[in-house]
Design a binder for this molecule. Structure first.
Ligand SMILES: Cc1cc2nc3c(=O)[nH]c(=O)nc-3n(C[C@H](O)[C@H](O)[C@H](O)COP(=O)(O)O)c2cc1C
Length: 216
């Protein structure tokens, strides 16, 4: 165990996947996802990757067995690709909107379709909506626990003005200004992103060491 912790202290990279939780045409979700991904790439200890659910068109779950019972590979090629990506990760950032006070069905399908690949890994949330997506995040935290994940305390709930600027731009208004995200690092609450990353990476290192110690 000590040897493993030492290896992490010596700079082994932490793999963090940023998942875009919406797929609809004209979505806002890819903007905050690209922003948080670019911020994450500035972290020297992180190997970051952006995962777009549009590239993983996962069908509703229909297999006779629960994913929790599944062993081995997957006959569905999309699910196998998704399993490979999620399996190699040490931590996740899920970027989610709020659809009727919940999170998108496409995101639920992506979470439900596999199981062990999520286990014992932390997840943090970036959310948006009229109530800043807080209701989606609370629901996602419950799902994450059932997937044996560690949902972290800190979350980034985007100021609603940023979503409104996207909506106005989509309706022909001024072009969306990505510098609006800067306030998350420099606003009156301080650097929200630094605290978010620090907590996510603390759990990612701790759980990576624990998984390696028991060979999972
Ligand atoms: C089906 C649907 C339901 C929605 N329900 C809510 C809601 O309950 N609360 C809210 O704040 N916004 C709601 N919205 C507005 C979304 O927050 C807004 O459209 C946002 O851009 C959606 O994220 P996306 O663009 O990444 O898909 C809803 C939008 C859709 C399409």
């Amino acid at each position: 165990m000590l040897a493993i912790l030492k290896a992490h202290a010596m700079g082994e990279k932490i793999s963090v996947k940023v998942i875009i939780g919406s797929t609809r045409e004209g979505r806002f979700g890819d903007k905050p996802a690209a922003w948080i991904y670019n911020e994450l790439r500035k972290e020297p200890s992180v190997d970051a990757e952006l995962l777009d659910l549009r590239e993983y068109p996962i069908a509703y779950y229909s297999a006779p067995e629960s994913p929790a019972m599944h062993t081995g590979g997957y006959s569905d090629r999309v699910v196998q690709r998704w399993s490979d990506k999620i399996g190699e990760a040490d931590a996740f950032i899920i970027v989610t909107p709020e659809y009727n006070h919940g999170y998108p069905a496409v995101l639920k399908s992506a979470l439900d379709i596999i199981y062990k690949e999520w286990n014992n890994k932390p997840v943090g949330f970036v959310s948006y909506g009229s109530a800043l997506g807080a209701r989606s995040v609370e629901q996602l935290r419950q799902v994450a626990i059932e997937l044996q994940m560690a949902p972290i305390h800190n979350a980034i709930h985007l100021p609603v003005e940023i979503l409104h600027a996207h909506t106005a731009s989509a309706r022909g208004g001024a072009a969306f200004d990505t510098s609006m995200f800067d306030r998350l690092r420099t606003g009156p609450s301080g650097d929200r992103v630094a605290g978010f990353f620090s907590q996510l990476l603390w759990w990612a290192r701790a759980l990576k060491a624990a998984r390696e110690a028991d060979g999972t």
